[in-house]
Design a protein around this ligand. Structure first.
Ligand SMILES: Nc1ncnc2c1ncn2[C@@H]1O[C@H](COP(=O)(O)OP(=O)(O)OP(=O)(O)O)[C@@H](O)[C@H]1O
Length: 451
């Protein structure tokens, strides 16, 4: 069992955190000041420290310095008020593993704890040097689900259908993550240890489609200079993902339907039929029912591929996920570009939340990547984003960015409602946007009778 030391002078808060961590099966020690923390560190084996920044005798940074001198580099996560983030950044330069801003979001904290402990197991932090430890935790997490209602519904369906043999049709606008979801279904299926083969039907020339799917024998047509294994055989035992299925020509649709019904294929130029066992997932951003009415898509194939439909939400309809995805893509860009940007400042966060993302996740990933490259300081600011969001008119500026904080009592209620709307009712983030702490926000919600 891992043992965590909480260094926090607010005893109620410390107790609350302790109870919560114990429920998560950690052993917990607590100290109300740096002196007591040092005593505990001298007497116990501690795996991780969660420390407040401001403490009665010294600050969390002095604990880091003390540990560095003692060459006892235990991972330390700073807990800090939003206004103190710059100091938290300084703490990270001195070797803090990460920081969380108060009010603490339990899911975020747990994730950071797990990451900090995992990193420590893999590579003990010996000879810690401030420079090496400058970035925040950058474990490469490939996949983010999100927390919005739309995301919850999406992954509810994904988890429901994944273990079944059903064919799934994923329907959604460009860049919403259809291929990612297809891959996720494969990962969660009984075929996860078998291949996942993705084919973009929109990119295959009409005359080569059959060969792409079923393969060919050398010399079977001009240009067939070698034997080719088709996608069906490559995916045998696993999952075949056909993207942009609506782009297949009619003839290939017939061949595809036959292969799916008979579960066998014949490579071009071969007489031999081969049994195949694939799970089919398809995706489209078209309305295939319209294509059926227009006579460009076969209805029988449609029913065969559409045993279960998943509809991808647009990014603008996943407000609570926007900042999560932005930070996720920032982590990826930091790794790729060897930058050390910590996050988005307040104005930039508001811009991200207000933009309507016509190109969905793909667009956000590209924009965050470029903004990461442009950023000169610790945070991406609105100015870097504005350079990238060239169709900035799409930002619905119902409230101008500078007006967000609660300066004017006459408009406070309106601002709070807007902040809650922008953050999908996430109170911690709304409080951050309004530049107040969560407790103050709760008081104001009561005051203005906001449910
Ligand atoms: N859940 C996710 N977690 C992390 N990154 C994601 C996720 N979903 C999508 N992405 C990122 O967004 C980009 C677009 O995703 P994807 O290619 O799956 O979209 P798509 O809907 O298939 O797009 P298109 O219709 O244009 O083919 C990917 O490059 C991927 O990096």
């Amino acid at each position: 069992m891992k043992r965590i030391l909480i260094v926090e002078d607010d005893t109620t808060y410390s107790l609350m955190l302790k109870t919560w961590l114990k429920k998560k099966e950690f052993e917990v020690e607590t100290a109300g000041n740096i002196k007591d923390a040092q005593k505990i560190l001298n007497n116990y084996h501690i795996d991780l420290i969660l420390s407040d920044l401001r403490l009665p005798d010294h600050d969390g940074i002095s604990l880091l310095e003390w540990m560095n001198i003692k060459k006892n580099p235990i991972p330390l996560i700073i807990m800090t008020g939003y206004a103190e983030i710059q100091t938290a950044v300084q703490a990270m330069k001195l070797g803090a593993k990460d920081y969380v801003s108060k009010p603490i979001n339990p899911d975020e904290l747990l994730k950071k704890i797990i990451e900090a402990l995992k990193i420590d197991i893999q590579q003990p932090l010996k000879n810690i040097s401030p420079k090496e430890n400058k970035t925040r935790v950058t474990i490469h997490q490939e996949y983010l689900e999100g927390e919005s209602d739309a995301a919850k519904e999406l992954y509810h369906y994904v988890k429901l259908v994944a273990p079944t043999p059903m064919s799934v049709l994923i329907n959604g606008a460009s860049g919403t993550g259809k291929e990612y979801v297809a891959h996720r279904i494969h990962q969660l299926s009984k075929r996860s240890d078998k291949p996942f083969i993705a084919i973009d039907c929109g990119a295959i020339p009409k005359e080569l489609a059959a060969s792409e799917f079923f393969g060919h024998i050398k010399g079977s047509f001009t240009g067939a200079i070698n034997d080719k294994t088709g996608a069906f055989l490559e995916a045998n035992g696993g999952t075949l993902f056909l993207d942009e299925i609506g782009n297949l020509n009619y003839e290939t649709q017939i061949q595809l339907l036959r292969a799916l019904q008979e579960r066998r294929i014949k490579p071009i130029g071969s007489n031999q039929e081969i049994m195949v066992d694939i799970r089919l997932i398809t995706a489209t951003n078209e309305n295939l029912e319209n294509a059926i009415s227009n006579g460009t898509f076969r209805e029988d194939l449609y029913h065969r591929i559409n045993e279960f439909t998943i509809r991808m939400p647009q990014l603008k309809d996943r407000k609570e996920d926007i900042l999560h995805f932005a930070n996720f893509f920032l982590d990826q860009a930091n790794q790729e570009l060897d930058k050390h940007i910590f996050g988005f400042d307040n104005e930039a966060s508001i811009l991200l939340l207000q933009y309507n993302w016509p190109g969905n996740l793909r667009q956000m990933k590209n924009i965050v990547r470029r903004a990461t490259l442009l950023a000169n300081n610790d945070y991406i600011t609105a100015s870097e984003l504005k350079q990238e969001l060239n169709n900035i008119n799409e930002v619905q500026t119902s409230i101008s960015i500078n007006d967000f904080s609660l300066k004017n009592p006459n408009t406070e209620r309106e601002r709070i409602l807007e902040a809650l709307k922008q953050t999908g009712n996430n109170k911690s983030r709304a409080a951050q946007l309004l530049n107040i702490d969560r407790k103050t926000l709760y008081n104001k919600l009561k005051l203005y009778h906001i449910e």
